[in-house]
Design a protein around this ligand. Sequence first.
Ligand SMILES: NC(=O)c1ccc[n+]([C@@H]2O[C@H](COP(=O)([O-])OP(=O)(O)OC[C@H]3O[C@@H](n4cnc5c(N)ncnc54)[C@H](O)[C@@H]3O)[C@@H](O)[C@H]2O)c1
Length: 441
Amino acid sequence: MAPPSGRDIAPAKGKLGVLLVGLGAVSTTFIAGVENVRRGNGLPIGSLTQMGTIRLGRRTERRAPKIKDFVPIADLKDLVFAAWDPFPDDAYRAARKAGVLEPPHLEPIADFLKGIKPLPAAFDQSYVKRLNGPNVKSGKNKRELAEQLRQDIRDFKQRSGAERLVMIWAASTEVFLTPGPAHQTLAAFEKAMEQNDPAIAPSMLYAYAALMERVPFANGAPNLTVDVPALERLAEERTLPIGGKDFKTGQTMMKTVLAPAFKARMLGLAGWYSTNILGNRDGEVLDDPESFKTKEESKLGVLEYILQPDQYPELYGNIFHKVRINYYPPRGDNKEGWDNIDIFGWLGYPMQIKVDFLCRDSILAAPIVLDLALFFDLAQRARLGGIQEWLSFYFKSPHTGPGLYPEHDLFIQQTKLKNTLRWLMGEDQITHLGIEYYEKA
Ligand SMILES: NC(=O)c1ccc[n+]([C@@H]2O[C@H](COP(=O)([O-])OP(=O)(O)OC[C@H]3O[C@@H](n4cnc5c(N)ncnc54)[C@H](O)[C@@H]3O)[C@@H](O)[C@H]2O)c1
C-alpha cells in the first residue's frame, strides 16, 4: 500500500500557458468559458477541479474541502491561451462558426477572443481527409515542422510571460495508425521525421515538440500520438506528464457508468447498439471511414475491459456491440446519442434499456480540457513523469503502462483520482471499509 506521501509540490506561481492544438468547437468553448467564469458570467459546471470537493479522514471529521483549495492548482485568473489551426479564424470567429455558445457568452468578450489568433498548423490532409485549410506550415520535412512548432512554443512563452505551459490536442481525429518501428525509439522517431515517414502523423509532431520543450502533453482525440514507446520514454526521462486519449464526454461516459452497474448486479448483456447524429466539424471529419475507424476503436474498447467476458462467459461471452456515428448537419454541436441495451436476468429472461442522450458535445468537453490543463500542470510541479494513469477519469481510452489494462469504470477512475490527490498531499487513502465506526479496538 502506498504510504501517505506529502509530495513536495512547487507552487503555482505566475501564469500558466495552455497551448491548444486545434481552435475548433471544443477549444473555443473552453477558452470562452474560462473567460466568462473569470468575469462572473457563468459557473464552471462539469469541472471537478472547480466545483468538486474531496473527503479527508474519517466520515465523522466532516472535512471536505473544495479540490481547488486542497491541492495547489493554478488559479483561473492565471491562464493564458495559444492555439494552432489550419483555418485562420480567430477564437471569436471560430466560436461563432462552431455555434456552441450564444451571443451573451461571446459578445461581451469578443475583443478578448479576437486576440487569440491561431498559429499556422503542422497539418497534412492525408491524416484528416475531410479538411483543407490555408493556415499551414511548410518545411522540407516533418522534423523541420516539429522544429517550427518548438519555436512557436518558445515564442509564446516569451510573449505571454507564462511561467509554465501545458499542451492539449483538441484537434480533429486523425486516421487510424498502429505503432510500428518508427515509434520505438527516439532515434528511429527522429529519423522517420527526417524521411517524411507516413508513420509520423502531425499530432506526433506536436507531442514531440511539447516534450522537447519540457511541456506536458495530453491527447483529447483517439489518434495514436503520445502513446508510442519513443515518446513515452522521452516523457519519463524528462519527468514530463503525458496522457490520453479521447475525452470521455457523452455516450461513452454513460456506458462506463451503466456497464459496471450490470456487472455489479451480475446481470447479463446480449447486445449494445449505440448510434449518434451530430453535425459539427468533428462529425464531418468522422464521416471519413479512416477517422471513424480511430474513433470506433476507442468507443468499442470499454465494454470488453469492464465486463471481462473471459471471467464471466455466461453473462458476457457473446455480446453484440456496435457503434455508429452519423454526420447530420442540422444538429450542429448538439449531438443525439441513442443506446439500445439488451440485458438479461434471472434464468435468462431478457430486458431492454434505452438511453437517449440529447447532449452538447463541447459543453461536456470544455470542463474536461480545463481539468486536464490544471492537473497536468499540477503533476509536473509534483514531478510525476510519464503516463498519468490517475487521470483515466477523463478519457475513453486511458493511456496505461506496458502490461497494464486500462480502468474504464467511471467511479473507480474517480476514486483513483481522488486517492492520488490525497496521496500527493499526505492524507490517508479512503478505502470505504468503515469497520472502524462499528468495532472498537
Ligand atoms: N466534444 C466532445 O465531446 C469530444 C469528445 C471526445 C473527443 N473529442 C475530440 O476532440 C477533438 C476536437 O473536437 P471539436 O468538436 O472541437 O472539433 P472541431 O472540428 O470543431 O475542431 C478541431 C479543429 O482542429 C483543427 N485541426 C485539424 N488538424 C489539425 C492540426 N494538425 N493542427 C492544428 N489544428 C488542426 C481543425 O481545423 C478544427 O478547427 C476531435 O478530435 C474530437 O473527436 C471531442
